[in-house]
Structures are given as structure tokens and as C-alpha cells.
Design a protein around this ligand. Structure first.
Ligand SMILES: O=C(O)c1ccccc1NCC(=O)[C@H](O)[C@H](O)COP(=O)(O)O
Length: 258
């Protein structure tokens, strides 16, 4: 599946028309995660659909969702901008950035400098770089390019080998361990557990995907996660504000009937 997505991206890059520079105040994702009141800090995802689940949220209103996430105490918001597989759009990120004060992560398949420039112009604060999608040298070049342009990077890994390869070249400031197997789409928090002990102490650590309960939050916290990235389980709930509170064990999910 990843190869299929990347093939689509390679073709799309040719067609990207860079929008004019959007004058926005850049906010540090890393600082927001470090200083979050919620522990682990929450990166809440604006996600309409996915290759594994199809449409998750038919009634999709990115601005309203983002504002609710912010009100619920999310430290940052992740916006999927891939159109083909996630029904996202770069315009959603532009709109969300204007509507909230928390940092915005552009969640897409970044494989080229042109996408970094595009991310700057649409107002992203950080971009995702996926270890399995890039040669380490290329990943490092994009990482440097992003930082030079004022963006931070979440360097995501799914497999131990990928992490080990990256760490021979550099130490990312922010590392995401993705619990989703890219071949089967199954999620397992064991991935977080297994990778946690390999992570450099100086990197901030995000556990991504497949988190849907307070118990699971406690589990990844025990494994050492500083932050979590959650999409589907929040997007499936009509009221995302109370969905965040439920996820963090603050309100009961049961509604009493008379
Ligand atoms: O979500 C998918 O099905 C997917 C499939 C293939 C590549 C990436 C995919 N998701 C991107 C993400 O990493 C997630 O949207 C993010 O971590 C949130 O995960 P979840 O809470 O499970 O929606």
C-alpha cells in the first residue's frame, strides 16, 4: 500500500501549483507537546477517511472539528492533506491554521522539497517524514530543508530496522512510532513497547495510531510515550470535544436513559 501511495505522490508532485505565501505565525509543535497540561500530550487528527477504513466521518467539518479539539485541550492538531487516499486537502490545513492557536502538523507523504515549500506556504508548523518512505539520506535532507524554512518534523517509523538506520545518521528531535502495520493495517501497541527502548533519550516520543481508550493511553504512557497521535477513534464520535474527554478518562461514556 505504501508503495502505491508513494507512486501517486510522485506523479502529483509534478502538478503542484505553489500557493502564495500565507503570512502566519509559526508555533513550535515540540514546545506545545513539552508544555501540554495533558500527559501524554495529544495530537488530535482531522481525518475524513483512510485506506483501511474508507470514510470515517461523512459529515466532515474541519474547522469545527479543529476548534473542538483545541477547546478539549489538544496540544496540537494533525491535518491529513492527502486527497486520493484520505480525502484530505491542503485547503483544510489553511482553514484550520486560521481557526486555532495550537500548532498544526501536516500529515501527508512528503518525499520532495517542493512539498516542504508548499507546507510552508499553506501555514503548517510541522511536517511528517515517514522513515519507510524515504532513503535515510533523503529523509535527512528534507529534515534539514524543513528546519531551514522554519518547520519542525515528526519523523515517523513503523519498523525497528528503519529506526536503527535513521539513528546511524542523525537523531530526530521528535520521533513518532506508528502502531499501524503498513501491509496489514493492523494496529498493535506492542510496536510502541518494542521501539520505546531503542529511542534516544533526547528525542520526544509520540505513539501514533490505534489508540481508542484511556487504558491504552495509560499503556503507552507506561511505555514512555510523551505524546499520542489519535485520529479515527475521535473522528468516529459525533461530539469530538467530549470524545477527547472520554478518551482521557474524564467523563463517562455511558448516557443514562430515563
Ligand atoms: O489510517 C490508515 O489507514 C493509514 C493507512 C496507511 C498509511 C497511513 C495511514 N494512516 C496515517 C496515520 O498515521 C494515522 O492517520 C494517524 O496515526 C492516526 O491514527 P488513528 O488514530 O488510528 O486514526
Amino acid at each position: 500500500m505504501l508503495e502505491q501511495i508513494l507512486e501517486t505522490k510522485r506523479k502529483e508532485i509534478e502538478t503542484i501549483i505553489l500557493p502564495p505565501q500565507n503570512n502566519v505565525k509559526r508555533i513550535s509543535l515540540i514546545n506545545a507537546l513539552k508544555h501540554s497540561k495533558r500527559k501524554p500530550a495529544l495530537i488530535a487528527e482531522v481525518k475524513k477517511a483512510s485506506p483501511s477504513k474508507g470514510v470515517i466521518r461523512p459529515n466532515f467539518e474541519p474547522i469545527a472539528i479543529a476548534k473542538a479539539y483545541e477547546e478539549a485541550g489538544a496540544a496540537a492538531i494533525s491535518v491529513l492533506t492527502d486527497q486520493r487516499y484520505f480525502e484530505g486537502h491542503r485547503d483544510y490545513l489553511i482553514q484550520v491554521k486560521q481557526a486555532v492557536q495550537v500548532p498544526i502538523l501536516r500529515k501527508d507523504f512528503i518525499i520532495d522539497r517542493k512539498q516542504i515549500e508548499e507546507s510552508v506556504r499553506i501555514g503548517a508548523d510541522a511536517v511528517l517524514l515517514i522513515g519507510e518512505a524515504l532513503e535515510v539520506k533523503k529523509l535527512y535532507d528534507l529534515y534539514e530543508e524543513a528546519y531551514e524554512k522554519g518547520l519542525e518534523c515528526l519523523v515517523e517509523v513503523h519498523e525497528r530496522d528503519t529506526l536503527e538506520r535513521i539513528l546511524t545518521v542523525f537523531t530526530p528531535k521528535l520521533i513518532g512510532v506508528n502502531n499501524r502495520n503498513l501491509k496489514t493495517f493492523q494496529t498493535s501497541l506492542d510496536t510502541t513497547k518494542e521501539m520505546a527502548r531503542l529511542l534516544p533519550k533526547e528525542s520526544l516520543f509520540v505513539s501514533e495510531s490505534g489508540i481508542s481508550s484511556y487504558k491504552e493511553i495509560q499503556t503507552v504512557r507506561e511505555y514512555g510515550a510523551d505524546a499520542i497521535l489519535v485520529g479515527e477513534s475521535l473522528m468516529k464520535k459525533e461530539n469530538v470535544l467530549s470524545a477527547v474527554r472520554e478518551l482521557f478518562g474524564e467523563v463517562n461514556s455511558f448516557v443514562d436513559t430515563p
